[in-house]
Design a protein around this ligand. Structure first.
Ligand SMILES: O=C(O)c1cc(=O)[nH]c(=O)n1[C@@H]1O[C@H](COP(=O)(O)O)[C@@H](O)[C@H]1O
Length: 282
C-alpha cells in the first residue's frame, strides 16, 4: 500500500474531529518581536525562532497554521528563507497540522502555474488563499490540485469590503459575495478541494454564506485584533456537524506577550480561544 500524504481536507477533518478550530496566523513583524527573540540573532533567525516557538507551543491546539506571505516578502530574501524554514519545520514536526499559505494569489491560468509550483510544490503548503476575480477558468491550475486546498475570498473582514463584494448582481440581485460563494460551491469544487474566506467581522453575511454552501469549509479571520465576536462567529459559521470552521487569529495570539514568556502566552491565548469556540458549538 502506498503511503499517500493526506489531502488538505482530510487533515482538516482530522483536526476538527479532535475539537480544534483555531488557526494561528504566523504574521511576524521583526520590529514587534520580543527583545529576547531578537537578541544575538540575525533577523532571519529571529523570525524563524519566533514562529517555531509559537508552533511548538500551539500545535496540539490548532486546526491549521496560516503564514501570510506579505509578512515574509517584506524582508526580501531573508524573509522568504525564513518562511521556507518555518513551513518545513512545521511539516516535519507536526505533519498532522495543515499549513495555509495566505498569499491571496489569482492571475491568468498560465501564470497561476507558477504560483502553484512555488506554493504547493516548493514551499509544500497544504492550501492557499486566492482571489476569485479572474474566474474559474483562470484558477484551473489551483483547482486541479485535488491534494491541496483552494481557499477563495468571498466576504473579507476589512471595513471597506462592501465596495465591490456587496454590489447586487445577476437576475437575483444578490450581493456579489454570495454569487462567488455559490459558484465555488456548485461549479468549482469538482475535486472537493475548495473552501471560502468570510470575515468574522460580518456574522450576518457569514450566516448567509453558510446557508448557501452546506458543509464547505470556511476560513474565518477577524477574531482578536480585528474585534470579531466569537459567539456570533461560531453560531453563524459552524456546519451541520458543528465543524467547518478555520477561525484565524494572528496578532491576538502571537503578540499575547512581548516578554520571554511569549510562547507560553500564545499557548494560553490559543487555548482560551479554543475553549470559547467549543463552548458555542452545537
Ligand atoms: O485571507 C485571510 O486570511 C484574510 C482575509 C480577510 O478577509 N481578512 C484577514 O484579516 N485575512 C488575514 O488574516 C490575518 C488576520 O490577522 P489579525 O488581524 O492579526 O488576526 C491576516 O493575515 C490577514 O491578511
Amino acid at each position: 500500500m502506498t503511503n499517500q500524504p493526506k489531502t488538505f481536507l482530510a487533515l482538516l477533518e482530522q483536526r476538527w474531529q479532535q475539537g480544534h478550530f483555531v488557526c494561528v496566523g504566523l504574521d511576524p513583524e521583526y520590529e514587534r518581536l520580543p527583545e529576547v527573540v531578537k537578541e544575538g540573532r540575525t533577523p532571519e533567525d529571529a523570525l524563524v525562532f519566533f514562529a517555531c516557538a509559537i508552533i511548538d507551543a500551539t500545535a496540539d491546539l490548532v486546526c491549521a497554521f496560516k503564514p501570510n506571505s506579505a509578512f515574509y516578502e517584506a524582508y526580501g530574501e531573508v524573509g522568504m528563507r525564513a518562511l521556507a524554514q518555518i513551513v518545513s519545520y512545521s511539516k516535519t514536526n507536526y505533519p498532522e497540522v495543515p499549513i495555509i499559505l495566505d498569499a491571496k494569489r489569482g492571475d491568468n491560468s498560465n501564470t497561476n502555474l507558477g504560483y502553484v509550483r512555488s506554493s504547493f510544490d516548493l514551499l509544500q503548503a497544504d492550501a492557499i488563499t486566492v482571489h476569485p476575480y479572474l474566474g474559474k477558468e483562470a484558477l484551473a491550475p489551483f483547482l486541479a490540485r485535488a491534494d491541496k486546498g483552494v481557499i477563495v475570498l468571498v466576504k473579507t473582514s476589512n471595513s471597506g469590503s462592501g465596495e465591490f463584494q456587496d454590489l447586487l448582481v445577476g437576475e437575483e440581485r444578490e450581493p456579489l459575495y454570495l454569487a462567488v460563494a455559490r459558484n465555488v460551491a456548485r461549479y468549482w469544487n469538482n475535486n472537493g478541494n475548495c473552501a471560502l474566506v468570510v470575515g468574522a467581522t460580518y456574522p450576518a453575511e457569514l450566516q448567509r454564506v453558510r446557508m448557501l454552501v452546506g458543509d464547505l469549509p470556511l476560513l474565518i479571520p477577524g477574531i482578536g485584533a480585528q474585534g470579531g465576536d466569537v459567539a456570533a462567529t461560531v453560531k453563524a459559521g459552524q456546519d451541520s456537524r458543528g465543524w467547518g470552521m478555520i477561525i484565524n487569529s494572528s496578532r491576538g495570539i502571537i503578540y499575547a506577550s512581548k516578554e520571554a514568556d511569549f510562547a507560553q502566552a500564545a499557548r494560553s491565548a490559543t487555548s482560551a480561544l479554543r475553549t470559547e469556540i467549543n463552548s458555542y458549538r452545537n
